[in-house]
Design a protein around this ligand. Sequence first.
Ligand SMILES: C[S@@+](CC[C@H](N)C(=O)[O-])C[C@H]1O[C@@H](n2cnc3c(N)ncnc32)[C@H](O)[C@@H]1O
Length: 258
Amino acid sequence: VQDGSLIPRFGRARRDETLAVLEGFHPLKHALRFGAEVLEVACRDTRELDALAESLAPDVRERMCELAQAVDPAVFDKLVPLPPTTGVVSLARRPAVDVVAAISDSREAPVVVLENPRDLGNMGACVRVAAAADAAAVITTGSHDPWHPDALRGGAGLHFALAVARAPDLREPADRARDYARELIALDPDGEDLEPSRLPARAMLAFGSERDGASEELLARADRRVRIPMRAGVSSLNLATSVAAVLFAWRLSGPARG
Ligand SMILES: C[S@@+](CC[C@H](N)C(=O)[O-])C[C@H]1O[C@@H](n2cnc3c(N)ncnc32)[C@H](O)[C@@H]1O
């Protein structure tokens, strides 16, 4: 691909639901590590990329360097709105993720549902911690795409490590929770206190949106509501922080999870 044609190619990719735009080194590293089909790697300087790969990702260095194409700095700066300081941007194919298949996953691992999240960086941070805790899936509702480049950046590309999908609304995941014997637990500052040992491995853990919290529909459908106890006077935790607290409360309370 010629340097000049990369600009429209990256521009179109941002609107293409079959592609993922990876801004920076870490999203590319995780994409390669977790088996993504990477189509394009454009960098400012192949030697700098090689040095980064050698120190931070020797396991995928060879593949990264095979794919890397050095482009004119003036072109590189126009590939994405905020060129990353690591000097590399890439395109990968998004895996086709089926919401029902993700929920029916038979592993002893929870599914995270984010109800109408509004902040793309927050969505990415939720994916990142869900991948770290080895959750089965992150399912979002609402208009924001969890595979948006900003969410991929916030998630360091860990979208490729677990199922990440958007459902049209809460009905689909909530109905499927019942079909696949997952207890639907709403995280809500007005719920009962979190007892980590009472979090089932196959729970569906549902979190409300940043401003409005859990919807009436979520609270009505939930089997129970759980709160993360906080110091008096603090009204709530940030969305991604609360996902992290609950997933790691679950992970650290059960049998050793590797
Ligand atoms: C930023 S909070 C929403 C705050 C919102 N104003 C409210 O009153 O719920 C986003 C989501 O994080 C979760 N969350 C935050 N703090 C929590 C806590 N202490 N206990 C349980 N869930 C919490 C909830 O799912 C909440 O809907």
